[in-house]
Write a protein that binds this ligand. Structure first.
Ligand code: TZP
Ligand code: MG
Length: 227
């Protein structure tokens, strides 16, 4: 049974000065949630374990009252220790089945997939959602394995549908207010469309994260003008 989670505007955090600037991480996430982010992933590649748990708990204190799930990037142990709703794992992280064993059936577990094969395996193994991408090249994550474009995302969605998988999907990489509607439109097939878009810099780098989230949320919900 699919969990009832709104993936429409998925915020992935970034605490690096190049993106966050001198803003406060928790304040930005709070503003983004107020603006319309529906799910948040705490992604932090530099803090030590104790800080990760502490910051995750702080973020949870702003996401939980809003009923917005908080997931932790990479680290199942941190998700467990902080008592958040789930994790997002990449292909090189703890495997999905082990993450599920540790966190249990109610946890939200997402997996990065940038090929049809990765997507089908993760769907088969019980991922709640897939993060598809990288869609467009982005300075936020330079060492991405491959840029798959909207064509690549559409291909994966079609093969998931043809194999009967109802796993939820978002895409990530270079998504912003200027291309959100086009991405949703160009990746959709009659059988399956994205459940949302995932963004880092479009919200985290904004001086007005609440407005940035609100704009993105309205774009995700509106049919594109060229449909
Ligand atoms: N995974 C693939 S691309 C990416 C991640 C975490 C970064 C996306 O950042 P932005 O700023 O939304 O392009
Ligand atoms: Mg990872």
């Amino acid at each position: 049974m699919a969990k009832s989670v709104d993936y429409s505007l998925y915020l992935v955090t970034d605490s690096t000065p190049a993106i966050l600037g001198d803003k406060d991480l928790v304040a930005v996430v709070k503003a983004a949630v107020e603006g319309g982010a529906t799910i948040v992933q705490y992604r932090d590649k530099t803090s030590d374990t104790a800080d990760l748990v502490r910051i995750a708990k702080e973020l949870h204190s702003v996401t939980k009252p809003a009923n917005v799930p908080l997931l932790i990037n990479d680290r199942v142990d941190v998700a467990l220790a902080a008592g958040v709703e789930g994790v997002h794992v990449g292909q090189d992280d703890l495997d999905l089945k082990s993450a599920r064993q540790i966190l249990g059936p109610n946890a939200i577990i997402g997996v990065t997939a940038n090929s049809e094969e990765e997507a089908l395996v993760a769907a088969r193994d019980g991922a709640d959602y897939l993060g598809l991408g990288t869609v467009f090249a982005t300075p936020t994550k330079e060492n991405t394995k491959s840029i798959i474009g909207t064509v690549g995302v559409q291909h994966i969605l079609s093969s998931l549908a043809s194999q009967g998988h109802d796993v939820k999907t978002v895409c990530i990489g270079g998504i912003n207010a200027g291309n959100t509607q086009r991405v949703l439109f160009q990746t959709a097939s009659p059988q399956k469309k994205l459940d949302g878009v995932a963004v880092v810099s479009a919200i985290m780098a904004s001086e007005r994260p609440k407005e940035a989230a609100s704009k993105l949320q309205s774009l995700v919900k509106q049919p594109p003008p060229f449909a």
